[in-house]
Design a protein around this ligand. Sequence first.
Ligand SMILES: [Zn+2]
Length: 213
Amino acid sequence: MMKYNCSLCLSETDNLFFTDRNRHYISCDHCGLIFVPQDFWLNAVEEKAVYDLHENSPHDQGYRNFLSRLTTPLSEKLKPQQKGLDFGCGPGPALPTLLEEQGHQVDRFDLHYHNDPTIFGNRYDFICATEVLEHLQAPNSEFTKLFSILKPGGWLGIMTKLVIDRQAFSKWHYIRDLTHICFYSHGTFEYLAHRFNAELNVVANDVILLRKK
Ligand SMILES: [Zn+2]
């Protein structure tokens, strides 16, 4: 079995957690991340083709309801007129629209649709990452970057589906999407909270708020 470095905590691992007809899934004992090795990643063109199929309009009430599961608890924590970032915003402005309706100002960043690296020179009161963490090729450097541009006391709001166990993982629709290459468990967020000196608030099964101390 090959050895890999965990893409989040960089620990060495050779734990093959699961295999399906498409890919291998490696687990890390240290941070709990389950990741797909690079050999099985789609290339950028294939990846973009999948993202282009997502329809995430701010006018779609179902999608607004979905996002409000993060934006409602997050808004309750925020002071008025805060400055935030939608990290991995995708092609549509759905999440920024919801928060801007509440008086906040929201910058956008997306590797494929809004690749503006100047935003990493800013400082934010909050950052949202909805349905994006599972796509990260290098979560170690991405989380480091996000916590460095978050002000002390600021909030990182996350939506991603969590791993429960191997049995559930084997039947999980989430792993069928070949753009999903990182899978987090509750323990992974405990690891992140500890590493980046943040307070962990689990709002729902797939909604997590981390407050930078
Ligand atoms: Zn790890």
